[in-house]
Design a protein around this ligand. Structure first.
Ligand code: GLV
Length: 327
């Protein structure tokens, strides 16, 4: 029997390619710095049984319609808002993702952004390099405290809960809002559930951990920033469109809030002309919260394992639409 075709939409760690090559004939988009253009995806998937996709690839109903042999879309990410799940389910295509293996790494980076934004780390580095440091000054580059501050988590899934555990080490009081209440975690982590508005009003640090969907798009807008303290530090490591970026830039520019650490943007890559990039009180980084070397390798191998399992007719470790498997 001929080997199935798998298209990989970027150069990914070799360990993952080895897993794929053990069962399939593998074609890899050979650029690291740009995703394949849409016409390439449409052309390559015409013959493919599996696609190893990145969050930069839009795998929608049109792509699936052009891919009659497609059995599996394996996303190299925990988020899968780049994939039309109902369209996949309708066609019997299994979609998989890479949860769990990145949880602790993303939580580490979230705390890193909290601390860096609150204590003005990047601004201070720039100040020192620019030769501006003349003497010790009582309030030079003074920021906000994280220890014993109140942390407001918007979303208490795997990553939100991992951030809450780290916050305990800083003696923080933790509040959360989510559409699903987690009374088990409220007890085990001593955290309190409040309405979204109350979390925003009461918190010193606010960190967003929700998936992107039509319910969460622009969950954080002008009205939400208006509720925050003017000392608040805002962090987003989830998805850019969850935040109205223009409203965030306005809140930072007018000092309505103190600072922000932003890993994800409404448009990625963010335009060099974006107002956020002009602000000293915003730390901006290119969607790297899960980017530790071991975690990115583990995500890649897990995505490969998911893909291969489906091609072999087995249950993949991380299906997004398991109802397709039950059919
Ligand atoms: C990264 O943003 C991911 O969803 O894994």
């Amino acid at each position: 029997m001929s080997r199935p075709n798998v298209y990989v939409t970027r150069k990914v760690p070799e360990q993952a390619l080895e897993i794929l090559r053990s069962v399939a004939s593998v074609t890899v988009w050979d650029r690291e710095d740009v995703p394949p253009p849409r016409e390439v995806i449409l052309r390559e998937l015409a013959q493919a049984e599996g696609v190893f996709s990145l969050l930069t690839d839009r795998i929608d109903a049109e792509v699936m319609a052009a891919a009659p042999r497609l059995k599996v879309v394996s996303n190299f990410a925990v988020g899968y808002d780049n994939i039309d799940i109902p369209a996949a389910t309708k066609r019997g295509i299994v979609v998989t993702h890479t949860p769990d293996v990145l949880t602790e790494t993303v939580a580490d980076f979230t705390v890193c952004l909290m601390l860096a934004a609150a204590r003005r780390l990047v601004e201070a580095d720039r100040y020192t390099r620019d030769g501006k440091w003349k003497t010790w000054e009582p309030l030079l580059l003074a920021g906000q405290d994280i220890h014993h501050a109140t942390l407001g988590l918007i979303g208490l899934g795997r990553i939100g809960a991992a951030v809450a555990r780290r916050a305990q080490g800083f003696g923080m009081r933790v509040l959360y809002y989510d559409v699903v209440r987690r009374e088990d975690l409220e007890r085990s982590l001593s955290i309190a559930y409040l309405s979204l508005d109350d979390v925003l009003r009461d918190s010193d640090v606010i960190s967003v951990h929700v998936p992107l969907s039509e319910h969460t798009r622009h969950l954080m807008g002008r009205a939400q920033f208006a509720l925050m303290k003017n000392t608040a530090v805002f962090v987003n490591t989830s998805r850019g469109p969850v935040v109205d970026q223009r409203a965030l830039a306005e809140a930072l520019a007018s000092r309505r809030i103190f600072a922000a650490g932003i890993d994800v943007f409404e448009q990625e890559p963010v335009s060099p002309d974006d107002p956020l990039l002009k602000l000293d009180n915003a730390i901006v980084v290119p969607h790297i919260a899960s980017a530790s070397i071991p975690t990115r390798i583990r995500m890649a191998t897990l995505a490969a394992e998911n893909l291969v399992a489906v091609l072999q007719g087995k249950r993949p470790p991380n299906p997004v639409n398991p109802e397709v498997l039950a059919k």
